[in-house]
Design a protein around this ligand. Structure first.
Ligand SMILES: Cc1cc2nc3c(=O)[nH]c(=O)nc-3n(C[C@H](O)[C@H](O)[C@H](O)COP(=O)(O)OP(=O)(O)OC[C@H]3O[C@@H](n4cnc5c(N)ncnc54)[C@H](O)[C@@H]3O)c2cc1C
Length: 542
């Protein structure tokens, strides 16, 4: 064989064998039977096909990699010393944002004639198979619409630009832009969970306008066009809308102090900011800021449920691709029975998460009162559980790739660093579990519906499981320290009921046996030895 004239020494020393082909050039929608099922009968198939094609393309994977490698940089001043508070992103970040916004990943819930939440969830799931730093501003923009509508004047002026599918990153007044994005700035140094401790002050000017003074300790996507934020009025903590550009074209005082040096989520800028005499518009009632913003938080939590399901699919798909092509000890990795157990277990986890995400999305779309109650209870339950399962799942998927998995060129290293974030953001684990208890204390309708879904499967293990949750909740005085146990049991029971209803018999049985019936271990790959793992893996492919 003639050696390559450019790399003669490489060819002279070894041939590359037994490395899998690049995992690219596939359609992330059509190759995912669970997602195709979820999208059935929805008016989103064409958009999902197009986005799925992009997500699986080499181009998209390279953009995702370089947007995370070339991190955003803060420019506080221009060369003449003027304050500009500008974050410079790599072109790959803008290319991804243009694709996400251009595909309606932020807007479809509000613009689709029907089933908007479910249709958009298909796109958001797909986006999270690809990249999560850009998912952050996309989520906040989607969720912001709900709060914006609480200020009709602002909604009239801003909503059409929020919903436009034409990314426009220019730092200009919203009137001059084709599209705007929305952020949220709530967390302060002294506390993020306990927002009653907010110190930022709102003062009223002689013209009846508001000016803010204070800081925010975490503010992601600081180049967004406007932010929902919290500040204190004499009536209490109040929600405000802070645009970065004022109607006269000048910049609203919004001082970006520094960017966070984060564990992951590196394509996305997260900043510390200060308000000094910053113009703001009130949203909702004075002193009711936390309940006003909770509506937005509820939607971002829903998005986390969908996004984490997409990330689990991504981890599983990377692992499956590698194990399908790589050989060890004389056969493909996937053909080894123990690897089959690991892959099947990962598939079950990702499938159950996908079913949960779309069960929830349908509840958001439903006008039915029972479904509204389910949506209220299930959102924090699913948010908690998906966030707890994603990190160990990415670790296990990484291990399937062996050393290749631990190298930055494979997307799993990035996914691994991203995995804990959703568990911290928008309600950390304990806070979420306490929230579930509070929501159940207010109304048991959602809980009762979820327990009924478990009982309706007719599976004795699930009936017993539902009874045990009822018993745990019965002891109200013990509920707080048991909150994680209760929420975990509710999440697993709900996933099991969905698997019983929608998955193949083999997958449903393996899930229920290992997660509810006690016939499984703590690590992945501990399904009952009799499990038909090859069948479960095959049903996870298109
Ligand atoms: C990458 C990233 C991006 C972010 N972006 C934004 C943003 O754009 N805007 C924004 O406003 N914030 C943002 N945040 C901040 C995030 O929302 C907060 O970090 C989060 O709400 C937790 O607040 P905290 O950090 O102050 O922790 P704390 O509130 O101090 O909580 C610490 C721990 O204590 C637990 N805890 C709290 N209360 C209780 C209780 N009663 N019982 C038991 N345990 C309890 C919590 O669950 C948590 O585990 C971001 C954070 C990260 C990591």
């Amino acid at each position: 064989m003639e050696s390559d004239p450019i790399y003669p020494m490489t060819d002279a020393t070894h041939e590359v064998t037994n490395q899998p082909p690049p995992h690219e050039g596939y359609n992330a929608f059509t190759s995912n039977p669970w997602l195709v099922d979820a999208a059935r009968r929805l008016p989103v198939a064409n958009a999902a096909m197009a986005l799925g094609d992009f997500v699986g393309s080499r181009e998209a994977r390279e953009l995702a990699q370089s947007a995370n490698r070339h991190e955003p940089e803060l420019r506080t001043h221009d060369r003449y010393g003027h304050r500009i508070d500008f974050v410079e992103y790599h072109p790959s970040y803008h290319a991804l944002m243009a694709k996400a916004i251009g595909s309606g990943v932020h807007s479809l819930a509000w613009t689709a004639p029907q089933s908007g939440f479910t249709s958009r969830a298909v796109l958001f799931y797909l986006w999270n198979v690809l990249e999560q730093g850009t998912a952050c501003p996309v989520t906040m923009t989607f969720a912001g619409v709900q709060v914006l509508r609480q200020a009709p004047g602002l909604a009239r002026a801003w909503e059409p630009k929020v919903l436009a599918n034409a990314y426009d990153p220019r730092p200009l007044p919203h009137t001059l832009k084709s599209n705007v994005t929305i952020g949220m700035a709530m967390t302060e140094k002294q506390g993020g969970s306990d927002l009653r401790a907010v110190q930022t002050r709102a003062d009223t000017t002689s013209r009846g306008e508001y000016r803010l003074t204070g800081h925010k300790w975490f503010c992601s996507a600081p180049m967004s066009d406007a932010f929902f934020t919290l500040a204190r009025l004499p009536e209490g903590v109040t929600c405000f809308f802070v645009p970065r550009s004022l109607p006269d074209g000048t910049r609203n005082p919004f001082f970006i102090q520094r960017l966070k040096d984060k564990c992951g989520n590196r394509s996305n800028a997260s900043s510390e900011i200060e308000y000094r005499d910053t113009a703001a518009w009130i949203v909702g009632e004075p002193g009711r800021g936390i309940p006003t913003l909770i509506e937005m938080a509820h939607l971002t939590r829903f998005d986390i449920v969908v996004g984490t399901a997409g990330m689990m699919r991504s981890a599983f798909a990377e692992a499956l691709h590698h194990a399908t092509h790589r050989e060890a000890f004389g056969k493909k990795l996937a053909a080894h029975p123990l690897m089959g157990n690991v892959l099947a277990d990962l598939a079950l986890e990702a499938q159950a998460a996908t079913l949960m995400a779309f069960r929830l999305a349908q509840a958001f779309d439903s006008p039915d009162a029972r479904e509204r109650a389910v949506q209220r209870t299930l959102t924090p339950v699913a948010k908690y559980w998906h966030c707890k399962r994603l990190p160990p799942m990415t670790v296990e998927a990484m291990e399937v790739l062996g050393g290749n998995g631990y190298v930055e060129e494979a997307p799993l290293a990035r996914l691994y660093r991203e995995a804990p974030l959703n568990g911290i953001w928008e309600g950390s684990g304990n806070v979420i579990c306490l929230d579930v208890l509070r929501s159940i204390a207010k109304s048991r309708e959602g809980l009762d519906a979820l327990l009924q879904d478990m009982r309706d499967t007719g599976d004795k293990r699930l009936v017993r499981h539902a009874d045990s949750i009822g018993a745990m909740l019965g002891k109200a005085e013990d509920a707080e320290p048991a909150a994680r146990r209760i929420v975990e049991a509710l999440a697993l029971g709900s996933q099991a009921a969905l698997m019983a209803r929608h998955a193949s018999n083999a997958a449903a049985e393996a899930f229920i046996a290992s997660r509810i019936g006690g016939d499984g271990g703590h690590a992945f790959g501990t399904l009952p030895p009799s499990t038909p793992t090859a069948e479960i893996i095959a049903s996870a492919r298109s």
